[in-house]
Design a protein around this ligand. Structure first.
Ligand SMILES: *Cc1c(COP(=O)(O)O)cnc(C)c1O
Length: 404
């Protein structure tokens, strides 16, 4: 991290308090442009931002202005998307195991809907005859950073099995279903380009059997670098290869098709920085623990996924490097990093965790009755507070005191 950035973040933490989430919109823009450009040889490409990665409405509005659509996984995300200015047709609802009422609600709002099980397909055909839908397929491809984020394998709960495509065809002969697209999402943190190409071939084989489609949705799963020397999905190469395959396919298909991706992490992971203050440094005969004023209540990825987040001591970048365990203040084991080389940490120093834009704030909680941190967006070089820090009143606002 550059010194100027460290200084800037220290200033922001002094102004808005720590812990603090900071998002740099220029990084989102760079990522969006990079992905879009990689597929420039395809005539109709749409990126639908998977907003569960970061649902701050300002982040969503910024990405909308770049030309993106939205991928939502709950009725609440749809509602936030509509508030952010998306038209219903720009929003794809890709739920997993939600109550059918939520799908009903989504049809009233007029958004695109992906369905991933037969009972709902039947119910949908009964109730909403002519409402176009997409179908989520489980391609039975094992891919992704770890078990929790691998979603397209044989035993995954997601999608209709590729082995049941014949049953979909059969169903379309029995009931009135207007299928306009197919969707796969194999997982997160996929490095291997061949996995995406394999997925594409699965979609093409299915699409071949359905002559009236308007789009194919390849989901997401692009890996971004977390460690300094980490590998990442080679987007340019993927763009080249997949675009070729796609263009060949639509020629054979005989009708124009839209190519859709739903990036979450790729767009917003690297834009985010989480700045927390060191409460105390505790040396034992075996280890050196730096306790920060946060825990898995604010950023759970290291504990939940064993994710690596780069950590810089922005208050003492020139300090001598030492080995630390960076841990939280929650009354459970909440280790952000262990055996990590960081410039000497002193009480009151500010540590900055990188890659904090995706699945960080959006997965936060009030565990230990801790308050959610503030969020700041850097836009055209200027810092804007986009979420104020929570207070005790917020925390208690939904409980009802029955005067016991
Ligand atoms: C979570 C999710 C995504 C985004 O995945 P990333 O790895 O963050 O890019 C895309 N599509 C669907 C259906 C999802 O559930």
């Amino acid at each position: 991290m550059e010194l100027a950035r460290m200084q800037h973040f220290e200033d922001l933490a002094h102004e808005y308090g720590a812990p603090l989430y900071i998002y740099d919109s220029s990084i989102i823009q760079k990522q969006y442009t990079r992905l879009f450009k990689a597929f420039s040889s395809v005539k109709d490409v749409k990126l639908n931002y998977a907003c569960k990665a970061n649902t701050n409405i300002n982040v969503i509005k910024f990405i909308r202005k770049l030309g993106s659509g939205l991928d939502a996984v709950s009725i609440q995300e749809i509602e936030i998307g509509l508030k952010a200015g998306f038209s219903p047709q720009e929003i794809i609802f890709t739920p997993s195991g939600v109550n059918f009422n939520e799908i009903r609600e989504a049809t009233k709002l007029g958004v695109k809907i992906h369905i991933d099980n037969f009972p709902f397909l039947r119910k949908f055909a009964q109730e909403f005859k002519n409402y176009p839908i997409g179908i989520r397929i489980n391609p039975h491809i094992k891919a992704g950073g770890n078990e929790n984020i691998s979603t397209g394998h044989v035993n995954s709960k997601f999608g209709i099995s590729i082995e049941q495509v014949q049953d979909i065809i059969k169903l379309t002969q029995e009931v009135s279903l207007h299928i306009e697209g197919f969707h796969i999402h194999t997982g997160s943190d996929i490095l291997d380009i061949d996995v995406f190409l394999q997925g594409a071939k699965v979609l093409f084989a299915i699409a071949d059997k359905f002559p009236n489609l308007t789009y194919l949705d390849f989901g997401s799963g692009f890996k971004v670098p977390y460690k300094p020397d980490d590998k990442q999905t080679n987007i340019e190469k993927l763009g080249e290869k997949l675009s070729d395959l796609f263009n060949q396919f639509i020629e054979k298909y005989g009708k124009p098709l839209r190519l859709i991706f739903e990036p979450g992490k790729f767009l917003v992971s690297q834009c985010g920085f989480f700045v927390a203050e060191v409460n105390v440094v505790k040396d034992t005969p075996y280890r050196s623990f730096a306790f920060i004023n946060s825990g898995f209540n604010h950023l759970i990825r290291p504990m939940f996924y064993h994710a690596y987040h780069n950590i810089t001591n922005i208050s003492n970048p020139a300090g001598k490097e030492q080995i630390y365990d960076v841990v939280g203040y929650i009354c459970e084991t909440d280790t952000f990093a262990s055996n990590r080389k960081i410039s000497e940490i002193r009480m009151g120093d500010l540590l900055c965790l990188e890659n904090a834009g995706a699945y960080c704030f959006s997965m936060s909680s009030n565990y230990n009755s801790r308050l959610l941190p503030a969020e700041v967006l850097l836009l055209n070089g200027k810092a804007h507070l986009i979420r104020r820090r929570e207070n005790l009143e917020d925390l208690l606002s939904t409980t009802i005191d029955i005067s016991i």
